[in-house]
Design a protein around this ligand. Structure first.
Ligand code: HCA
Ligand code: CU
Length: 392
């Protein structure tokens, strides 16, 4: 069964300037649990005391998802994570020659360290789910990744995560995540190991989601994501988009409560002080808003003309924007929504002119402002009528 790991509280907190208070982390974790993610990566306890405390609080909360800690391949980090009472532990260590040389070690040294901490963790808590991530796996020599991954499995790791740490992979090329995971699984199986494969895709080239889906197609069973795609540099896979695509296009409708996504995004956006881009798929303000006259005319009849994703899956509805692109259809649609569905054509045309003028100043007219425009026009007409009557 496909599982989702949310890393908003770990990778997401690596966004410059982002730091959530413990009570905010708790609220985020509760929403993630209600949505139905499988693992919440709560933080790296060795980084600060506050993170240590937050991981402990979250792990002790009895949430349905597994609560996980991130740890370097150091006994001290692992001890600290275990102290927090987590059910999931992610350890990482690089395996590329240049990175190993930087650390004054070699592959044997890396393997010794990785296996020692995995054995320690498993000995202390046998039911702990342990993930080993060869950092920057996809740019490291494949044989090194294999050696470290196989050794990690032999030491008791349950999950091997393939990290595209720099967002390097491109579907359909010789840097394909599908090919990578397929080969990794086959070679691990030849050595007698069938761990769960996770994937952690960075978005430096805007391809994180495409690569994650590619990995899934090759049999990866755990996908990392974060709210707003928060994370180092361009971040990772956006959770909302991932879940909406899985629900609507991969037969997983009903698996998650996606109607809670807007609330989750508002919460994270507010406390991360990172706004939700208006054009972010699924949760962005404009994600289901039709604008140009030609589009709205068709969309008013049938939203599917210009929509392939159903907004109802996240509890939203199609919307119509009124700006300089507006046409009679979009205006009539909006007038109906404010109780003025029966105005004569001539008046609607003059309202449209006014709406377009406002639009030209670079604004959209929302329904509240439309009401003001209608009232002003009706008063103007009433005044004109009075003047005419007085004159006759
Ligand atoms: C990091 C790097 C990491 C680790 C992923 C993992 C990456 O911030 O430590 O441990 O699974 O992208 O490689 O996020
Ligand atoms: Cu990362």
């Amino acid at each position: 069964m496909l599982r989702i790991l949310d890393s908003t509280l770990r990778e997401g907190e690596q966004t410059p300037g982002v730091c959530f208070d413990v009570h905010v982390k708790l609220a985020i974790a509760e929403l993630l649990a209600a949505i139905g993610v499988d693992v919440i990566e709560a933080g790296h306890p060795a980084v600060t005391e506050e993170i240590h405390r937050a991981v402990r609080v979250l792990a002790g909360r009895g949430l349905a998802p597994l609560v996980g800690a991130h740890a370097r391949s150091l006994e001290g980090d692992v001890e600290m994570a275990l102290e927090c009472g987590v059910g999931f532990l992610g350890i990482f260590y690089c395996v590329s020659e240049t990175r190993l040389a930087d650390r004054a070690t070699d592959l044997d040294g890396a393997v010794a360290r990785i296996t020692a901490v995995i054995r320690l963790a498993k000995a202390r808590k046998p039911d702990l789910v342990v993930r080993y991530t060869p950092e920057d796996a996809v740019r490291s020599p494949f044989e090194n990744v294999m050696t470290a991954a196989a050794a990690a499995c032999a030491a008791g790791a349950d999950v091997i995560s393939i990290a595209d740490t720099t967002g390097y992979m491109i579907p359909g090329t010789d840097r394909s995540m599908f090919d990578y995971i397929t080969r990794l699984r086959a070679e691990l199986a030849l050595r007698g190991f069938q761990p769960q494969i996770a994937v952690h895709c960075h978005n430096d080239r805007g391809l994180a989601l495409a690569n994650a889906l590619d990995a899934m197609r090759a049999g990866a069973g755990l996908i990392d994501a974060s709210v707003l795609g928060l994370g180092e540099r361009a971040g990772i896979v956006d959770l909302g988009t991932l879940l909406a695509v899985l629900a609507s296009d991969f037969g997983l409708a009903g698996r998650w409560d996606l109607t809670l996504l807007p609330e989750l995004y508002e919460l994270v956006s507010r406390y991360a002080r990172v706004s939700v881009p208006v054009n972010l798929p699924v949760t962005g303000r404009n994600a289901f808003t039709h604008c140009a006259g030609v589009h709205t005319q068709a969309a008013v009849r049938n939203p599917l003309h210009y929509q392939s994703l159903d907004p109802a899956i996240v509890g939203r509805a199609p919307e119509i924007a009124l700006d300089h692109m507006a046409g009679m259809a979009s205006l009539r649609f909006s007038l109906e929504r404010i109780g003025y569905g029966d105005l004569p054509d001539e008046l609607v045309r003059s309202l449209l002119k006014r709406v377009k003028e406002v639009g030209e100043s670079g604004r959209t007219v929302d329904l509240d402002e439309l009401l003001l425009i209608v009232r002003a026009a009706l008063e103007r007409d009433a005044r004109a009528d009075r003047v005419e009557r007085l004159a006759s």
